[in-house]
Structures are given as C-alpha cells and as structure tokens.
Design a protein around this ligand. Structure first.
Ligand code: MG
Length: 267
C-alpha cells in the first residue's frame, strides 16, 4: 500500500482509539455537569479596569511642628492640661514646663499620665536626655513611655552607655531587644514613632490576642511589629490581666529627661 494512504489511516485509528479512551474515562469518572472546569478570563487590556476610586483617603495637613491635622496634641509646650499626676488624679501633672516648649521630669513627683484613655494608636514623642551626663546603665537618663498604662517602651540615654540589651532605649522593657541602637548624643533631641495595637481578651478575661508594637527611633525601625507578652515587669514574668482602653504614662525614674511635641492618632 502507498504510504500516502497508510498515514491518514493510522492517524484516524489513533483518533478513534483516543476518543474511545476519553469516552470511557468520562463515563467512569467525570460527572455529567463538570463544575470544576476552569474558565479562562479574558486578559485585561484597559488600565482603568483596575482603578479603585472609593473611598478617597481624607486629606491631612500639617502645622508648623509637623503635627498631622487629625492628631490629638498631648503636649505642645504651652501647658500640661492633657496630663495628670498618676499618684493623685485630681492633681495636674507637676512636671516643669521650660521656655523652649519642652517639659522636664520633676524627679520624685511621680509618673504623669494622660487624662484620656487610648486603644490602638500611632504615637509621636520627642525626648532629650539630661544635659549633665551622669550615672551608668539604667541610672542614666531613664524614663519611659507606658502604652495603656502597663507596657513600657524604654526611654534611656543609651548613647555610649551599656546596659542589659532588653532594657536599653526603645526596648519593650525586659521583653524585646531593639534591632539597632539609634540613640543620638544627649545634646540632641530624638524622636520615637510608635504604632500600637492593644491586646484582646475573652469574656473570662483570658488573653486571646497579644498587643503588637512597632517603633521607629529617629526614623530607624527598631521594633518590627513585636508581640507584647504582657506587663513589662522590673522583677518577674509579664502579667496578662484583662483591660480596656487606658492612659499613656510617662515615667519619673528620678532623671531629668525632657519631652516635647507629643501627639497621638487613634487607629
Ligand atoms: Mg524606664
């Protein structure tokens, strides 16, 4: 036989055999209506097809101190009206206000805290270590920012001042060591920018979700979405008693640390 006729014959035989095999498989395994078939979407060629216009983010403006217009100003150098003494809530915060728009810890008068309570926040705080450099380790320029009254982001003059790593500036005290030491010399002002999400508790008071915190120190990431294990204790393990919104607190550790330009945004 001429090969001109053999090849088409072989080919048709092959197709028949394939069809038979497919039909057989179809009968045995594939249901009558195949809902798993993948429908290939037509490729998008119009750039506008992937644009989303709503909602439109609100416009934020900034004042001369760089404070966003949707922030709550907690201290701008004028007064301590947003603050009270932690020891005695009917007494206004007793720390000293300076002529340069800062305030300074009045050692021995105790911590101060906001009158308002907060949950999830973005917080901006500027601080400066005492201008007379004295003391060592935890005794040099120690203060602290307590989130929800119980979780301390350490404030410490960690410029050329070794101490335990989970107790230096920007440590989540005794829980999380900063990624780097971005502390400036004590003559300079420095900034903390903190993003904090509060913990969650069930109806029985059991913690179901840890608080998380991100800290930028002078613009440098030092705590990267870290889980807070519980209260930042000086002695012993963290505790996890249920709580709701709570004040921000600044620590009087006996050292004249100064603060300025403090604002917060609720998240
Ligand atoms: Mg401290």
């Amino acid at each position: 036989m001429n090969t001109k006729f053999i090849l088409p014959l072989l080919a048709s035989g092959l197709i028949l055999s394939c069809n038979t095999s497919t039909e057989k498989n179809t009968e045995e395994t594939v249901p009558a209506t195949d809902t798993t078939a993948v429908v290939e979407e037509a490729p998008i060629t119009d750039p506008e097809a992937t644009e989303v216009w709503e909602p439109e983010p609100e416009v934020v403006t900034f004042n001369e101190n760089g404070v966003p217009s949707d922030a709550i100003v907690l201290f701008n150098g004028e007064n301590l009206d947003a603050w009270e003494s932690t020891n005695d809530s009917i007494v206004n915060a007793p720390w000293a206000i300076n002529s340069d728009g800062s305030m300074t810890v009045a050692g021995g008068t105790g911590d101060i805290q906001t009158k308002e309570s907060f949950g999830d926040i973005q917080l901006h705080v500027e601080w400066r270590a005492p201008q007379v450099v004295e003391g060592e380790g935890q005794g040099r320029g120690n203060s602290g920012i307590f989130l929800q009254d119980r979780y301390e982001v350490q404030v410490l003059d960690s410029y050329d001042n070794r101490t335990y790593s989970n107790g230096q500036a920007t440590a989540i005290y005794k829980q999380s060591i900063p990624l780097v030491n971005a502390t400036k010399a004590p003559s300079e002002w420095q900034a903390y920018d903190i993003i904090y999400h509060q913990p969650e508790f069930d109806a029985d008071g059991k913690k179901t979700k840890s608080a998380t915190v991100t800290v930028l120190h002078n613009g440098v990431l030092v705590q990267d979405h870290v889980e807070i294990q519980g209260t930042t204790e000086y002695i012993g393990k963290p505790k996890n008693e249920a709580h709701g919104e709570a004040p921000l607190k600044l620590q009087d550790h006996g050292n004249p640390v100064s603060y300025r330009n403090i604002w917060v945004r609720k998240l």
